[in-house]
Design a protein around this ligand. Structure first.
Ligand SMILES: [Zn+2]
Length: 93
């Protein structure tokens, strides 16, 4: 389990895709990111930062994965997701 840390340089979602192996045949993936408070009694917002959105996307493209859904918890504690058609990318590969 990766611990999400806002001040850390590597966020959990980046760490997760880093460990993926290259696929010869394109593979569909879903990403689910959530984080909790220190005592794990409540779920906190886990909306990915722009750096991670771009990083995760580029890493998936490089390794031949097709992103289906990128789930996260929004500021209201609800589950939301990005999909390829609405993911806010800064750079395109
Ligand atoms: Zn991030």
């Amino acid at each position: 389990m990766n611990e999400y840390n806002k001040n850390n340089t590597v966020h959990a979602e980046m760490n997760a895709v880093k460990s993926l192996k290259y696929q010869i045949k394109t593979k569909k993936v879903n990403i689910i990111v959530f984080r909790t408070n220190k005592t794990a009694s409540s779920i906190l917002c886990s909306k990915p930062c722009q750096k991670c959105v771009d990083g995760v996307w580029n890493s998936l493209v490089e390794k031949n994965y097709k992103l289906n859904r990128f789930y996260y918890i929004n500021y209201d504690g609800e589950v939301e997701y990005y999909k390829p058609s609405n993911i806010p990318l800064l750079q395109y590969n």
